[in-house]
Write a protein that binds this ligand. Structure first.
Ligand code: ZN
Ligand code: ZN
Ligand code: ZN
Length: 365
């Protein structure tokens, strides 16, 4: 079997064997793109990659989407089995998995398909495939790192363009629309998300862009990203409009030092939570501990958020090729917020930053 995906299904089967899992069933998702190179539509007709632990996989597809799966090269990763409009889509699954006891299903498989599988495979126990596939996806190969680098470059370009924009008098929503277009202009397939949070709104880390006008005296947090060649970007920069709010400069110095400390803590073998602790220590020692209300980062790849999570309690050691965000923030309700986010990749010597847009808050008009 010559997969375009470089033996990823074989590596999954090895993980499954180690975990005592007899089969995996993967629906339309980044997991499917990773394993079979196929971006299947997530619709009511089931598309299921079926991977028994010890024999070759099959990809069950609706007959009308077989040409699409072939065009994507999915037939090089798995044998295609198509089902016609009035056929039972689960007949092939039942035949392939008869007698399998422990079946892992992809994390985002729709509930209706899991319920159908439970009926099709009585006696089977279902577990999450996320931890198994997540371990594989967390370690990027050089082509994946190159794609992440290109995605970060596009996001950096948008951050640089933004630093020259006039923002006073525009609403958060207007600026968010401008950023989304700029991401596409920079080579992204689309904007995956855009946060624009001005003034007190910036104290809400996942603020939804609103009709509030941006005005002098605001701190402005922008956090955005989009996929390029399938791989995601995610960058946050904080700007000030006119003059910075009271207390901003002091908090910024702490935040910048915390981000630096976290990146400096990245090294193969170091537990993921140590990177979080490095940022948190700097922020807590400066008295802003309560204002840092989220984890330090998340893995990034085909999904914006994936393994490894840079959070207290995750003792998983970092490995070469892991890619994740380092994004501490300080949020002071009613006043302002700030966050600084770069994507880094673990290298033998430490961390390579993929984002290079300047860190320090540019003053916008
Ligand atoms: Zn976030
Ligand atoms: Zn972000
Ligand atoms: Zn992020």
């Amino acid at each position: 079997m010559t997969a375009p995906t470089g033996g990823r299904i074989g590596r999954l089967q090895a993980e499954m064997a180690r975990a005592g899992v007899d089969a995996a069933v993967v629906g339309p998702s980044a997991d499917l793109r990773y394993l079979a190179c196929y971006d299947a539509p997530a619709l009511e007709r089931p598309t299921l990659l079926v991977v028994p632990v010890d024999v070759d996989p099959l990809l069950v597809v609706p007959a009308l989407e077989r040409p699409r799966a072939e065009a994507a090269g999915a037939d090089r990763a798995a044998r295609l089995v198509s089902w016609g409009e009035t056929d039972d889509p689960y007949a092939a699954v039942r035949a392939a998995l008869a007698g399998r006891r422990r079946v892992a299903v992809s994390d985002t498989l729709w509930a209706r398909f899991l319920l159908d599988l439970e009926e099709a495979l009585p006696g089977a126990t279902f577990v999450r495939a996320g931890p198994l596939i997540g371990r594989l996806r967390a370690r990027k190969d050089p082509e994946e790192v190159a794609a992440l680098r290109r995605a970060a470059e596009a996001a950096d370009g948008v951050a640089l363009r933004l630093a020259a924009e006039r923002v006073s008098g525009r609403t958060e929503r207007e600026l968010a629309r401008w950023i989304a277009e700029a991401l596409v202009d920079a080579g992204c397939e689309r904007a995956a998300f855009v946060i624009v949070a001005a003034g007190p709104n910036a104290a809400s880390p996942h603020h939804e862009p609103s009709d509030r006008e941006i005005r002098p005296g605001d701190a402005l947090v922008v956090d955005f990203g989009g996929p390029r060649d399938g791989y995601c970007s995610d960058i946050t920069r904080t700007f000030v409009v006119g003059r910075a709010p009271e207390g901003f400069a002091d908090a910024w110095a702490v935040l910048a030092a915390a981000q630096e400390a976290a990146v400096a803590a990245v090294r193969p073998g170091v537990p993921a939570e140590a990177v979080d602790a490095a940022a948190r220590r700097v922020i807590a020692e400066a008295g802003y501990g309560e204002a840092f209300v989220h984890r330090t980062g998340h893995g990034i790849g085909l999904d914006v958020h994936e393994d490894p999570f840079i959070v207290a309690g995750n003792a998983e050691p970092l490995e070469v090729g892991m890619a994740f965000s380092v994004e501490p923030g300080i949020y002071l309700p009613g006043r302002f917020g700030m966050r600084l986010e770069d994507i880094v990749v673990v290298t033998p010597g430490g961390a390579e930053r993929l984002n290079h847009a300047p860190h320090d808050p540019v003053t916008l008009r």
